[in-house]
Design a protein around this ligand. Structure first.
Ligand SMILES: [Cu+2]
Length: 134
């Protein structure tokens, strides 16, 4: 019994240690691509990892990083993103971002969309992101 209680408390403890703010995404039309950006605060004393992002607005969602090669910007998929203990990490233009491919609907400025962020330790976090031009 004590063990079960301790386990539940541990789950609770973890669920409050990650929070996300300033979530936004670019306007784009159905069939096109967009990108989602946000700031992650890991207030925990252990690292956490973003494994994937899900939503029903895109056919495919990937975690991407940007890189510079021969003066050209490129981007490529990463399998996960790690947040160090007591750190802040910003997904931003020209950096890490969540790539939204094959949009299933038009994303109009000032509307908002729901996303689920799946963390290794903290579980699933539901966020609301605002559509805006940046
Ligand atoms: Cu990308």
């Amino acid at each position: 019994m004590t063990f079960v209680l301790a386990f539940i408390m541990l789950l609770n403890f973890h669920s409050q240690k990650i929070d996300v703010e300033n979530a936004w995404l670019r306007p784009a039309n159905k069939g096109m691509n967009s990108a989602l950006y946000f700031k992650v605060n890991n207030n925990s004393n252990i690292p956490d990892t973003l494994l994937k992002v899900t939503s029903n607005i895109a056919g495919l969602i990937q975690l991407h990083e940007s890189y510079l090669t021969k003066g050209m910007m490129g981007m490529r998929e990463v399998k996960y993103v790690v947040f160090k203990a007591h750190s802040t990490f910003t997904f931003k233009e020209g950096g890490y971002h969540v790539m939204l491919l094959f949009l299933k609907k038009n994303l109009k400025p000032n509307s908002s969309e729901i996303f689920f962020l799946h963390f290794k330790n903290s579980g699933t976090l539901k966020i609301k992101a605002l559509v805006k031009k940046g």
